[in-house]
Write a protein that binds this ligand. Structure first.
Ligand SMILES: *Cc1c(COP(=O)(O)O)cnc(C)c1O
Length: 423
C-alpha cells in the first residue's frame, strides 16, 4: 500500500471506508472549553455509543414500571438477560454461543477460571506467562499460586524479550514451554499485550500448551473487539475480557468469558458455583446439590447486573453490524497509516526522538502503536493533549496511540501527525 501524508489522501481513504458511518454512532470527548477532541484511547476506555443512554433508560423505565416482575415481563426479561449478549459476544471472539457468557468483571473472572483450570499437582504446578503482564494479571496469578501453597518465584515462569528487543518471539515462547514441559500446569498470556501492543499467536501457543499437557488461557482485555480470533477452532481452553476498552461499554463494566465446549458442557468440570449457574429449569426449586447449566453459563454466580449489561449490549449490536472481520481489515490499514505518518513526521521534525516498539508486522499487532520516546516524552504527550489529541502515557516513557477502526478515521490519524510535526 502506498500512503501519502496529506489531508487529501486521508479524506479519500475515508471516502472509500465502508465502515465510515459508524463514527456517527459515538460521542467524541471535548475539553473544558468545549473544543472537540480526537480520541486515540479506545484501548483504555472506548467512547460512549450514542444509543447507550437509551438502552440504560429502557431498563430504568422497566424497573420503575414492573419492579420485580421485570424479571419476566420487561421488554428484555432480566431472568434471561445474559442470553441477549451471548451470540454477539461469541462473534467477537470466534466462539460457539454455548462457550460464552457475560458476567462479573475481568479480574474476578480470571480467578474463577483459574479455579477451574489451574489445579496444580506436585509435579505440574507452574504457570508460564509474559513478563510485565498487566498488573492485575500478575497479582491474580501471584495469589493463585500462593493459594495453592507455592511461591511466585518458583511457580511462575515469566518470559522476557531477548536483549535489545521489546517483544517476545513466538519461537521463544514455544521453546520455553517445551523447556518446562513436565512442570507447567497453565500457559497464561494476554491476547494483545497492553504495553507493547503485541498480538500473540494464540493458536500456536495453545497448540504447544496442549502438546505438553497443560491448559491454555488468555486475558483478551486488549484483544476483544480488536483482533480477529477463532477461540473455538484454535482449541483455547478459556479466556476472559473486559467490555470497556475496544468494546466501548463504559467504565468498569462487565466482562465476557469463554470456556471451550469440551470443558463447559462437561458438568464435572470443577467451577466455583453460585445460584445463577444452576440449571435454569430448576433454579427456583432451591434444592441442595449443584447442577450446572450447560456451557459457560454454568459458571455464572450472581444474577445479571442489568444496567451495565444493557449498555454493553447496545455496543455489541454495533460490532455485530460492522462485523469483526471488516473492522480488523480497516484496522490493519489504519494502523499501517499511523505507522507511516509517524515515520514521516519523525523525518521532518528531528526533535521527535522515538522508537515504535509495537511489532511492525500487521499480523502481530492490533490497533495500537506504542512509542518509546527517548527524549521529552511527557512534553510530547502534553503537546498532543493541549492540541486536543487524546492518547495515553505509560510510565516511564511510552505514549500509546490506538486508532480504533470503529470510530477513528484516516483524517484523525493525519491530524495527529500534523500536530506532532509542530512539536
Ligand atoms: C484492562 C485490563 C484489566 C482490567 O481488569 P478489571 O478487572 O476489568 O479491572 C485486566 N487485565 C488486562 C490485561 C487489562 O488490559
Amino acid at each position: 500500500m502506498n500512503f501519502h501524508n496529506t489531508l487529501k489522501f486521508a479524506q479519500e481513504k475515508d471516502q472509500q471506508d465502508s465502515l465510515k458511518e459508524f463514527r456517527n454512532e459515538f460521542i467524541f470527548t471535548s475539553d473544558n472549553s468545549g473544543n472537540p477532541q480526537l480520541y486515540f484511547c479506545g484501548n483504555s476506555l472506548g467512547l460512549q455509543p450514542k444509543n447507550a443512554k437509551n438502552a440504560l433508560e429502557n431498563e430504568l423505565t422497566d424497573w420503575a414500571k414492573w419492579g420485580v416482575e421485570g424479571h419476566f415481563h420487561g421488554r428484555k426479561p432480566w431472568f434471561h438477560y445474559h442470553k441477549f449478549l451471548t451470540d454477539y459476544s461469541a462473534e467477537v471472539v470466534g466462539a460457539k454461543p454455548i462457550e460464552v457468557v457475560v458476567m462479573n468483571q475481568l479480574t474476578v473472572n480470571l480467578h474463577l477460571l483459574m479455579a477451574s483450570f489451574y489445579q496444580p499437582s506436585k509435579q505440574r504446578y507452574k504457570i508460564i506467562m509474559e513478563a510485565g503482564a498487566f498488573p492485575s494479571d500478575m497479582y491474580a496469578v501471584e495469589s493463585q499460586v500462593r493459594f495453592h501453597g507455592y511461591n511466585y518465584d518458583d511457580a511462575v515462569i515469566e518470559l522476557k524479550p531477548r536483549d535489545g528487543e521489546h517483544t517476545l518471539r513466538t519461537e521463544d515462547i514455544l521453546q520455553s514451554i517445551e523447556d518446562h514441559k513436565d512442570e507447567i500446569a497453565l500457559v497464561f498470556f494476554s491476547g494483545v499485550q497492553y504495553y507493547t501492543g503485541q498480538l500473540f499467536d494464540i493458536q500456536k501457543i495453545t497448540q504447544k500448551a496442549h502438546e505438553i499437557g497443560a491448559f491454555a488461557g488468555f486475558d483478551l482485555a486488549h484483544a476483544a473487539g480488536n483482533a480477529e480470533m477463532k477461540l473455538h477452532d484454535w482449541g483455547v481452553d478459556f479466556a476472559a475480557w473486559c467490555s470497556y476498552k475496544y468494546l466501548n461499554s463504559g467504565p468498569g463494566n462487565v466482562s465476557g468469558v469463554f470456556i471451550h465446549e469440551k470443558h463447559s458442557t462437561n458438568p464435572n468440570t470443577f467451577r466455583l458455583s453460585g445460584w445463577w449457574g444452576y440449571r435454569e429449569d430448576k433454579r427456583f426449586l432451591m434444592q441442595r446439590g449443584y447442577q450446572p447449566e450447560p456451557g459457560a453459563a454454568g459458571w455464572q454466580m450472581s444474577n445479571a447486573p442489568v444496567f451495565g449489561m444493557a449498555v454493553h449490549l447496545s455496543s455489541l449490536e454495533l460490532f455485530h453490524k460492522a462485523g469483526i472481520h471488516n473492522l480488523r481489515n480497516k484496522s490493519i490499514e489504519l494502523t499501517n497509516f499511523l505507522e507511516y505518518v509517524l515515520q514521516q513526521v519523525q523525518i521532518e521534525n528531528p526533535k521527535l526522538k522515538f522508537e515504535i516498539i509495537t511489532p511492525n508486522n500487521p499480523n502481530e499487532r492490533g490497533a495500537q502503536l506504542s512509542l518509546l520516546v527517548l527524549e521529552n516524552g511527557k512534553n510530547i504527550f502534553d503537546h498532543l493533549t493541549n492540541n486536543q489529541i487524546i492518547t495515553d502515557w505509560r510510565e516511564p516513557n511510552v505514549i500509546r496511540i490506538a486508532p480504533t477502526p470503529m470510530y477513528n478515521s484516516f483524517e484523525d490519524v493525519f491530524k495527529l501527525g500534523e500536530v506532532l510535526s509542530k512539536y
